[in-house]
Write a new protein. Sequence first.
Lengths: 436, 293
Amino acid sequence: MKRSLVIVLVAVAMLVAGFPSTSVAATEIQFWHAMTAVLGDRVNDIATKFNASQTDYVVKAVHKGSYPETLNAAIAAYRAKQPPHIVQVFEVGTQTMLSSGAVYPVYQLMKDNTIAIDWNDLIGPVKSYYSSGGNLYSMAFNSSTPILYYNKDLFKKAGLPDKAPATWDEVEAMAKKLQAAGVKCPFGSAWPSWVLVENMHAYHDQPFADRSNGFDGLATVLRINGPFGVTMMELLARGSKEGWFTYGGRLNKAEALMGAGECGIFTTSSAYLGNLTRASEGKFTWGTGFLPRLAGFPQGNSIIGGATLWVMKGARPEEYKGVAQFFKYLASTENQAWWAGVTGYLPLTNAAAKAMEASGHYAKNPHQKTAVNQMNSGKTTPNSQGIRLGNFNSVRDAIEEQMENIFSGNKTPKQGLDDAVARANEILKEFAALYK
Amino acid sequence: MKRTVFRNRWLPYALVAPQLVVTIVFFFWPAFDSLRLSLYRASPFGDRLIFIGSGNFARLLGDPAYFRSVATSFAFSLVVTFVGLALALLLASLANARIRGLAVYRTLLLWPYGIAPAVAGVIWLFVFHPSFGVLPYVLSFVTAYQFNWFLKGWVALTLIVVAAIWKQFGYNLAFYLAGLQAIPGSVLEAASVDGADPIRKFFAITFPLLSPVTFFLFTLNMTFSFFDTFGLVHAVTQGGPGDATSILVYRAWKDGFDGLQLGYSAAQSVILMLLVVALTAVQFRYAEKKVTY
């Protein structure tokens, strides 16, 4: 024990002694993220390019696992007083971060370092989602919104025209034809709660939670068991029972079905474009369309998912100066357009969207335009600016648990939604009690 | 038992010190910390810590879903332990026979133990997968019933039970094989001379003589299925569909590290800890009396 202690001490001493030699030249900036595969490579590209562009700062991009794992790592590090400078947090963690008291708001950071950025050029949904009191709290980074995909080969097989369904009635009718033609997964969806509950409510201008979905104060009551939510679930429950809706699991697990060419119609994030392109190469062709609309309900807008970059408290001013420089670099139109182009995420500024249009990027990649068009054609209302809930991850679990009970026929749509609301309210009240 | 006498008074303490330090740092400290945290409503970043006494426990005990989780955990652990041990004993008896290529069989049977629970889960996930799994494909020739564990709770539970048994199988087998080989051949020969058939010999001689091994494996498998199956559930079902596979250890993790409700999660781990302590105490108090060493 003693010997290993000595070894540990020596190792620590070496690390401590070793640090100055590497960081004297440049201030190191820790950037923790959750991007994997191709996306992870692109994040490394950003860091490399930024580091090459100047000599004062070195951004170290570190992959910390999934979104929840990255958030947990940042929380543990913050509690141990060793926080990273920048951490990528998914949209579900937004309220947790806003309430935490552990963040250095981005608008403040830029102001303190006298760097002017035109935040008004940010696209509306992104700006509203991550602002509080009109000020941007985290740096917009990767945002996506759900869209509809359809398998053209299976459409042809079922004798359907090469056109995406625009309404849920059309989805049902087309899915039934696909089913009759022997398609295994006529209609499927990934991210069950995000796409089919959260987005569907916003897309039809229906409230998801009280206090404007948590934008006017901490929400404590979910509103998903109203007439719209029940109608939507009744439709899906019927589909599951009749076999034209195939439930493929939580998170993005169902994407495996679409990628394998088994689904006729599919809804998931617009960020799935890249993976679908790779999965379908030489196997099948596909198209995209807007999310389907439910007749009889008003027009809202789809909401965004993805993540933003949060700056943690507890670092030195010169390090924050570097963070501000890095964000300035990120915010440039050139970088924004490049990032959106190589990843399929939404361009976050109007300038970037224009640049991508001008360079002919969308003419070459028309499917990347679908999400942009969908968001531009929608109406931003208090119900469609986003959803900000405490303990949102647990709330989502509560909803998906009950969706499974509904789709399997264990519970009626109304019963399942009532149970989800009861459980979610308890979770929301816990969070509100923490920050009252 | 032979008593060892140390001349130096401090030497024995020094010898057990490393283990004590490890136990204190990695067991007692976190356990007491959980105990403390379970009395609070705690914010993720640690800036808010509100004492609520038994509030977290009251929330748990007033929740029917929590009792479902308790029931699922016990059912899961008991099935994994009993079926797992029965299968291991059966195959150990066969593998103990004098047949050609025995060493190869033994090695193959021990293999699954070297696999992490999460990997074992993924292997069985592929076997069971509704769209590209082997099992649903084969079954589709027999019945029109859809074995979709994304929606059918009992299929999901069966999947993780099978994966858990399979994963723990090699370990159980190794102990049973060793136990079988330690049984003196003369005793079994004497029984044969007395005219006992193999089944009689097994239940009258082999099984009682294996009772220490069975007892040890029983305790170990119960603990394994209570705690170590976390990776399995996490990799395959995430507790679903509904809450069909939401065993206690998975729930505690999910509410704590996925949901960031730390005090609530700590209360769950305290209950889990008490359950396992009680279970082990009962086993040692009652079951061990029936064990002949």
